[in-house]
Design a protein around this ligand. Structure first.
Ligand SMILES: Nc1ncnc2c1ncn2[C@@H]1O[C@H](COP(=O)(O)OP(=O)(O)OP(=O)(O)O)[C@@H](O)[C@H]1O
Ligand SMILES: C[C@@](O)(CCOP(=O)(O)O)CC(=O)O
Length: 463
């Protein structure tokens, strides 16, 4: 079998989590996730070596950031342990600047690839990989190298970039995995246009992301990076507890069985269950102030365990509200926005009701999911004509708000005017000074992972 010697490029979308944060960590509940038109692109091409020279090296670059180059050596391990990856130093005394998402994804994807190539010595040729991200993933100002450039140069190190919370690691792991599989496997084994290959991609990206992230998430962000907007029910966490690590005995065959679905995945991804009605759109506002998701998750789950009698009714009511919201949006979309005459009354009510439950959850758990500052912001935005409703997305906190609005320039202009001088009153005891509130240039996009034309990235790849 021969793999592609042509460059390949793949992109995957970011996400906004409209409903079901915290609930979705439990398989009894679901989440409503929209993919966004902010994407992470990965372009891969072979490194040409002089004849007779055998290199086992993969170079990864993120050319929008300073010092963002990671070089890896790779080798097949004994005991069916798959491919192990070692980061190489640029020089003897330079320190390692690690990127756990790239390193882990590389080891998992190369291991899976090696199981499909000629045994006992699968040939994986050296390659060079470039990562390019839409500017809305980061709030740092950037400059366009040319007037028509699709991407910005941020001129900071990746560690200094301010994330806007659109799920950069999930979009990266998904597009990176898809680019490696498309490049190293023949089309009849992996073809991103085919459903069976999407399932392989989902399972592999989910497994690698979970390993790199420390097994904290529900996986909704990988599901939407692969499939786009969807109603999501997570997989059982026990699925990802037994495969071992790269280099451990039988990792290779365990991973192959897991990814190919020999071990049954119980994830539910329903694309048809969510749609955006024509004439409406999502709009995201980035609040220049961060929150720590893992710490919030730990606290909310601890409270739920301790006080199920308080938490369970909130979980059940929120789930009912979330399901109805998905149904209303889909019904409206399928009717071509018929029924919008009442100003989307039922959808408005559902936003209000769900927010009330989220505030109850915040108060009872002591976690600032919709803190007062965000309540004030959401209330003010919701009063702007043409705004149907809004929520704190995902885990909530101080990071962002997402609004459902009529897709009209006037509505956006009025919101811009409101946010221009937005300030939080400082009279409450817990007042956290939320910074500037900016609008992110993103909206929902139903499309998941897709193939791109590598020519688009030529200037960045050969920078
Ligand atoms: N352009 C990029 N190039 C290389 N690595 C990146 C890039 N963007 C993100 N990453 C990797 O993803 C990590 C950020 O992932 P993390 O899960 O913390 O945030 P996120 O997915 O954007 O946010 P959230 O889960 O809040 O939506 C970075 O530390 C880096 O390892
Ligand atoms: C709290 C949680 O349910 C959602 C987190 O969403 P976000 O990363 O804040 O968009 C965690 C998860 O599902 O992984």
């Amino acid at each position: 079998m021969t793999s592609s010697i042509e460059p390949e490029a793949i992109s995957a979308p970011g996400k906004v989590f409209l409903a079901g944060g915290y609930l979705v960590l439990d398989r009894k509940y679901t989440a409503l996730v929209f993919g966004l038109d902010a994407r992470i692109h990965v372009c891969i091409e072979p490194i040409q070596t002089k004849s007779g020279v055998t290199l086992h090296e993969i170079i990864v670059r993120s050319p929008q950031f300073n010092e963002a180059v990671w070089e890896y050596g790779y080798r097949l391990t004994e005991g069916n342990g798959g491919v192990s990856v070692t980061q190489l130093r640029a020089s003897h005394d330079s320190s390692l600047n690690r990127n756990p998402f790239i390193e882990t994804t590389l080891a998992y994807a190369l291991t899976y690839i090696s199981t499909h190539l000629a045994q006992p010595q699968p040939q994986i040729h050296p390659s060079s990989i470039s990562i390019l991200a839409s500017s809305s993933y980061y709030s740092n100002p950037g400059t366009a190298p040319t007037p028509t450039s699709q991407f910005l140069n941020f001129d900071v190190k990746l560690s200094e970039a301010h994330k806007t919370g659109l799920g950069s690691s999930a979009a990266l792991v998904t597009s990176f995995t898809a680019a490696l599989l498309s490049h190293y496997l023949p089309r009849d084994v992996f073809d991103i246009e085919k459903d069976a290959s999407l399932a392989v991609l989902h399972n592999l990206a989910q497994t690698a992301h979970c390993a790199a992230q420390g097994k904290v998430g529900s996986g909704f962000d990988i599901a939407s990076a692969v499939y786009g907007s969807c109603l999501y029910r997570r997989f059982s966490p026990s699925l990802l507890e037994k495969h071992g690590e790269p280099g451990s005995i039988d990792f290779s065959s365990n991973l192959r069985a897991l990814v190919d679905g020999e071990v049954q995945w119980d994830t539910e991804i329903r694309k048809a269950a969510i749609k955006m009605p024509p004439g409406l759109r999502l709009l995201m506002c980035d609040v220049d102030c961060g929150s720590e998701t893992p710490g919030m998750v730990t606290k909310v789950l601890a409270w739920r365990k301790q006080k199920p009698e308080e938490a369970d009714p909130i979980w059940d009511e929120l789930q009912a509200g979330n399901e109805e919201l998905a149904k209303e949006l889909t019904k409206l979309a399928e009717s071509g926005n018929q029924g919008a005459q009442d100003g989307h009354g039922r959808i408005r009510e559902l936003f209000v009701k769900n927010r009330k439950l989220i505030r109850q959850m915040s108060k009872a758990s002591g976690v600032p999911i919709e803190p007062r500052e965000q309540t004030l912001l959401l209330d003010a935005c919701s009063k702007v004509a043409g705004v149907i409703g809004g929520v704190v997305p995902g885990a909530g906190g101080y990071d962002a708000v997402v609004l459902l609005i009529e897709d009209k320039p006037d509505v956006i202009a009025d919101l811009k005017e409101l946010l221009k001088d937005w300030k939080v009153e400082q009279d409450s005891e817990d007042a956290v000074k939320i910074g500037n509130v900016g609008m992110l240039g993103v909206r929902e996009d139903m499309v998941g992972v897709r193939r791109e034309d590598p020519v688009k990235y030529r200037d960045w790849v050969h920078k």
